[in-house]
Design a binder for this molecule. Sequence first.
Ligand SMILES: Nc1ncnc2c1ncn2[C@@H]1O[C@H](COP(=O)(O)OP(=O)(O)OP(=O)(O)O)[C@@H](O)[C@H]1O
Length: 640
Amino acid sequence: MADRAPRTETDTATGSDPATGTGTDHATGTGTGTATGTTTPTRTETDSDSGTETPPTPARLRDLLAYLSGHRRVLSLVLVVSVLSAGLSLAQPVVVNRVITAVGRGEPYGGGVGVLVALVVGAGVLGALQQYGLERTAEGVVLDARRRLIRRLLRLPVAEYDTRRTGDLVSRVGSDTTMLRSVLTGGLLDAVGGTLVFAGSVVAMALLDPLLLGMTVGVITVAVVSVVVASARIQVLTRQSQDAVGRVAAGVERALSAVRTVRAANATERESARLEADARSAYDLGVRIARLGAILWPVSGLAIQGAFLAVLGVGGYRVATGALTVADLVSFILFLFLMLTPLGQAFGAIASVRSALGALARIQEILDLAPESDDDGATPHLAAPAAPVDGGPTAPARHPLLAFDGVSFAYRPGEPVLSGVTLAVEAGGTTAVVGPSGAGKSTLLALAERFYDPDDGVVRLDGHDLRTLPRAALRGQIGYVEQDAPVLAGTLRDNLLLAAPAADDDACRRVLDSVNLLERVDRHPAGLDAEVGDGGVGLSGGERQRLAIARVLLAGAPLLLLDEPTASLDGRNEQAMQHALHAAARGRTVLIVAHRLATVVRADRIVVLDAGRVVGVGTHEDLLTTSPLYRELASHQLLV
Ligand SMILES: Nc1ncnc2c1ncn2[C@@H]1O[C@H](COP(=O)(O)OP(=O)(O)OP(=O)(O)O)[C@@H](O)[C@H]1O
C-alpha cells in the first residue's frame, strides 16, 4: 500500500540483510522490531493476483555468501580437507611417474605402489569427509533461510497478506530455500579446493611440456566462455521458473481451500486446466533451463575430450620423436585429468550458483519487507490480561475504554471505507455495531486490533493512541473473534490454548461448556485431543464459531471484539450463545458486530454504521425512533 503510506526509512533499515546482520529478524531471533509504524507495506510492489510481479531484483553473490557466513567453522574445515585432498591427488601422478620410471629401469617399485594406494585411499576418505561437511552445511543453509522466511512471513503487516497469495509464499519456504542447497552441493566449495588442483596441475604440465599445455588451454577456453555466458541466462530463467512454481502452489492452495465450492460449481475441470497451464509454464521454463544445461555439458565434455585427444595425438608424436618420455606423457595425461575435474566442478558451480541466486531473489524479496513491529513508540502501562477464565464472569482488574475519534480509513486510495467515525465503546459495557453489508463494521474491529492504522483520526484504548502502544500488549488486552471464525488444523486443545497456552483441561472444559460445546467434545473418544481438521472441517460452522468464542473467553482478555459471533448458529445454540456471551460480557468491555439485530437488542449501546459513517447511536428502543436505517433493518428482521 505504498500509495497509502510509503515505507519509512526505519522500514528499510529493518529489512533483513544477512550480509550485514542488521535485519530485525534473523535466524538468531534477536530481532526486536525497532521499526516504527510499519503497518502499511508497499502494496504497489506486488501483483494483486500472484504477488510475484515485483520487478525482479537480482540477488548478488554477496547475498548468497552471507548465508554461508554462519557456517564458517565447518566450511573452513571442509576447505582444509579439500586442500589436503588436492595435495594427495596432485601427488599421485608424480608417484606414478616414479613407478613407471622404476619399472623402465628395472628398479624395485613396490614402495611406490604402496604410497600410491595410500594416496588413493587417503583422498577417498578426505573426499567422504568433505562431502558430509558440505551436505550438512547445505542443510544448515536451507534451515537458516527457512527460519528467516518463517519468522518474517508470520510477522508481516496484515495488509501485506491482502495482496499476496498464500501458496506462493509457502512455495518460497519450501521450494526456493531448497535451491540454496545447490550452492554447496553443486560444487562451489569443491571448486575452491579444485582451484589448487587446477593450478598445481597447470604448473606441473607446464614443466612437463609447455607446448601440450598451450594446446590444451586453447581448447578449454572456448568452453569457459560459453559456460559463463549461458549461466547468466540460467539465473534469470530460474527466477522466472520459481515464480511459476509459486503460481502453481498458489493455484493449488486456492483450489483446495475452496474445494467444496469448486466441486459444487462443477468447476473442477476448469480449475484443473488452469493449474495445469501454470504447471506447464513452470515446465516450459524448466525445459529452457535444461536446454541451456544440455548445451553446457557437451561443450565442457567436448572440450575435455578434445583436449584429451589432442594431447594423446600430439603427445604420442612427441614421444615418437623423442621430445617427450612415455612416463612424462602418462604424467601429463594424469595431470590433465586432475586439471579437468575441477574445471567441470567449476562449470557446475557457476550454473548452480546462478540457479541459487535466482531462487534467493524470491527469498530476499520477502526478507526485505518490513515486519510489523511489536514495539511501537512510547509504551504506557497496560494492565496485563486477566487470568484465564473458565467461561465464568471473572472480572478483570479494569475495564478498557475503546474510542474512535474522527477515524477515516481506506484500503485503497480514493475508496474510503470509514469516514470521520467517532464512537466510544464504554468501559464494562456492550457496544454493538450494526449496518448494511460493506458499511465498514469489520474494518472498525481491524483498526482496533491495529491490523491497519487509520489514515485520519485516532483510535484510543484507555486514552492512549493505539500507535503508541506495543502491539503485543494491545492484543493481550483483546479477545478477537473473526467473522468466519477460522479454526486451526490440530486438536481442539491446540485451538483453545492458542491465546492461553497455560490453561489446564478443567478450564478448557468449563469454557467449552459455557459455549455449549462440551457435549460435542465428550461425544468424541479423543475428547480435547480430537482433531478438528484443516480449517476446522471436522466441525460445523456453528461449532467453529463457538470454539472461536471459547478460545477468546479462555484467554480472559478484558476487551472482546466479536464479529458476527452468532451468524452460523441455529436458534437453540444462538440462545445458548447469547447466555454465554452475556456471561462473558459481565466484567468485560465488548464491541460486537452483528447482522442479526436479535443478538444485540440488549446491548448497552448500538451504533448504526452506513457507508463508513455513524448515522445513529442509542439503545434498540431509541434507534427505532431516531434512526430510519435501524428501523428498516429491524423491520426486515421482524423485530418491529
Ligand atoms: N482487506 C481488504 N482489502 C481491500 N478492501 C477491503 C478489505 N477488507 C474489506 N474491504 C472493503 O472494505 C469495505 C468494508 O468492509 P467491511 O468488511 O469492513 O464491511 P462490513 O460492514 O463488515 O461488511 P459485512 O457486514 O458484509 O461483513 C468493503 O467494501 C470491502 O470490500
